[in-house]
Ligand binder design. Structure first.
Ligand SMILES: Nc1ncnc2c1ncn2[C@@H]1O[C@H](COP(=O)(O)OP(=O)(O)OP(=O)(O)O)[C@@H](O)[C@H]1O
Ligand SMILES: [Mg+2]
Length: 328
């Protein structure tokens, strides 16, 4: 059984769809990438899994057409659907069994609470550590994520730390309970390249030493190449390709994945070789019903592409492109 099995996950804000039937899975101890450009639904997918989107109560159901959030589908964690789990059970699991490193470290930390308190809070709640024992463990966690002079840092506020340090604090909080699954939403995007490499190294270390499974959300295929076992490429709220990382880089099948790979600057190409960006930009309205949502930006588009919804075909290396064979 997979550790996390996401099936037909859909999220809509008011009338507009943000996630339109996402399927993927994460096995025990595996590193899985969720890749795609800005706005394709990566953060919303992870928030839905963590139960951090407003739940549909009787009140929100009535408000549905006034901007409420609708979430449907399944996100089974060890067989139990997180989307329908009672709030208090979800709260127990969150932090202990599944943890998340949020995209924006400054706004995810409480600005008026000392770092130490923010870490010991988790240790008290989920591991029952109190007082000196909790403080010691908090310092140990900061040390483990590479923050120098951890005892002093515990007494400081988030604004006194650098962006990279704040990101490390978030990781320290997330791994405080050795979760079975860690969701990291663009944990390195706001950081410079050297810190980025250190954070990735740190995450890799945790996965190796604790057997934590990692869902790595990123728009950076370089990060994916260095870290992930499996990759899911998301476009406009749906998975358009999923494959073992090595396979995806060796034989990208969906034109969107091909475009993403082509748009990476390469040092081994002649110096005047132009970059190959994907033309156009992601549209706000998701249109999968009338055909492939990527069709307006695709160089290999044919009439076949807009004759109805393309299905995800294949198991090991799956893609959502009706022209895949012709293109290959
Ligand atoms: N609270 C919200 N209310 C309304 N729409 C939202 C909300 N949160 C996200 N969306 C919409 O959902 C879509 C997906 O957003 P999401 O944050 O998941 O993108 P993303 O893939 O994480 O992008 P990025 O790479 O920029 O972080 C976007 O069109 C966004 O405008
Ligand atoms: Mg995001």
């Amino acid at each position: 059984m997979a550790l996390l099995e996401v099936e037909d996950l859909r999220v809509a804000f008011g009338g507009s769809t943000a996630v339109d039937g996402v399927d993927f899975q994460v096995d025990e101890g595996q590193v899985v990438g969720l890749v795609g450009e800005s706005g394709c639904g990566k953060s919303v997918t992870s928030l839905a899994i963590m139960g951090l989107l407003p739940r549909q109560s009787k009140v929100t159901a009535r408000k549905r057409h006034r901007g409420g959030v609708t979430v449907s589908g399944r996100a089974r964690f060890e067989g139990k659907d997180l989307l329908t789990l009672p709030r208090n059970e979800m709260r127990k699991r969150r932090g202990q069994e599944l943890a998340m490193v949020f995209q924006d470290p400054l706004s995810s930390l409480n600005p008026v609470v000392r770092i130490g308190v923010q870490i010991t809070e988790v240790l008290e709640r989920h591991r029952g550590l109190r007082g000196e024992a909790a403080r010691k463990e908090a310092a140990h966690l900061l040390d483990r994520v590479g923050i120098p002079d951890p005892t002093r840092r515990l007494t400081e506020y988030p604004h006194q730390l650098s962006g990279g340090m704040r990101q490390r604090v978030l990781i320290a909080i997330a791994v405080a309970c050795a979760p079975r699954l860690l969701i990291a939403d663009e944990p390195t995007t706001a950081l410079d390249v050297t810190i980025q490499a250190q954070i990735l190294e740190l995450l890799k270390d945790l996965v190796d030493s604790e057997g934590t499974a990692l869902l790595m959300i990123t728009h950076d295929l370089g990060v994916v190449a260095g870290l992930c076992d499996e990759v899911n490429v998301l476009y406009s709220g749906r998975v358009v390709e999923s494959a073992p990382a090595r396979d995806l880089f060796a034989r990208p099948t969906h034109p969107y994945t091909v475009g993403l790979l082509k748009s990476i600057p390469r040092l081994d190409l002649p110096i005047h070789e132009p970059l190959h960006p994907i033309r156009g930009s992601i549209v706000d309205v998701i249109r999968w019903k009338d055909g492939c949502a990527f069709a307006p930006r695709c160089d290999s588009v044919t009439e076949k592409c807009v004759e109805g919804e393309p299905a995800l075909v294949g198991t090991e290396h799956a893609h959502r492109c009706v022209m895949a064979e012709e293109i290959a």
